[in-house]
Design a protein around this ligand. Sequence first.
Ligand code: AMP
Ligand code: GLY
Length: 418
Amino acid sequence: MRIMVIGSGGREHTLLWKIKNDNSETKLFAVPGNGGTHDIAECIPAKTVQPEYIADMAIKNNISLTVVGPEVPLAEGISDVFQQKELKIFGPIRKAAKLEASKSFAKEFMKQNKIPTANFEIADSYDGGIQILERRVFPCVIKYDGLAAGKGVLVANDFDEAIDFLEKIYRDKIFGDKNNKIIIEDCLEGREMSYLIFTDTVDFIPMVPAKDYKRVFDNDEGPNTGGMGCYSPPSLFNQELEELIQKNVVVPTIKGLQKENIDYRGVLYFGLMLTQKGPYVLEYNVRFGDPETQVILPRMESNLVEIMEAVTEQSLKQCSIRWSNKKSLCVILASAGYPGKYEVGKEIKGLEKIKDLDVIIFHAGTTRENGKTLTAGGRVLAVTATANTFTEARDKVYKAIDIIDFEGKHYRKDIGLE
Ligand code: AMP
Ligand code: GLY
């Protein structure tokens, strides 16, 4: 088989690693990949938002399955282009990807299908936003409607903070000027959990859940990031909770997709808040999570390719997935300054010294130049370990982190400590 993975992050390195582990004969391609994917895949330098070009690459390289990592190419319709050319692709079409690409679309979908989510109002101008804020109690949550790489949400503690965010959106246009919608919603209290499923619209198979750490600093302080660490399974997860999530959230979502004629084939990720009233949906993502994938896939014992093919062929009903009972934990090494401005091009040292430690290094923002591995992004590496206990997994990960070094290395020290 010849499989191509689109994207350049830790999630995509993990996908390639898992596919290779299960199918050693498979020839892998990464578009564009990163400093760590060279070892297992042929890296093709291309932007991930060039669907026609990437489809041509798939034809030229005789690719049998393309797997899309990030949300942007899905929102731009890469799966539609592939399907028109009768190329097999794992990831939802544009209409379905709107569940992530437009938060107002997702909120209306949830309201329509009675899926628990925070009460919300939608504005499409600065003045409209202010009018809503004037009658709101604080804290409340303001969300930019479109894709914003995890930076489009503010939990506003007071009116001034809220206005400040509105000014950035409408006056400074920090997210561009194509989409002028915002959502203002109630602030929910509880613990967060990432619950991901494979679905082909007819059926679904859940993955093991994960807990993501979004804030940049220990004790959940500082701004939101793409994710600074993760572990699986979350401590409060049990069968009763899983049944509740499926009954109140997953099944109504699948039924809603069917009712609204949205053909969804891929991963659907539910960002949940476990409130006193039960699980509420904070957001949908139409793809694997990052860094959730780095802890979920090391626990998957079944062949991922078989599952992805079944999703694309809409035959998921015939599949099941086996998971290991091991605990899995991952810590992100980031560049100083992330999620704000940061420097790149710093040499990463020590990677060869951790080969005997029982950890997996997934590369994210890295590149390889003249035999050296250099930093090339905000989130640089994901260090993952699996073990019988979280204490053991944590020990392995942090031992490796002590050895890996680059200028400005920043990481959270509290991953896996509740
Ligand atoms: P989202 O991209 O919608 O998942 O939001 C990013 C983060 O903002 C979430 O992971 C939560 O930590 C926080 N958040 C979003 N919506 C709410 C809400 N309604 N109440 C409390 N926190 C929220
Ligand atoms: N870790 C959050 C995300 O993938 O969106």
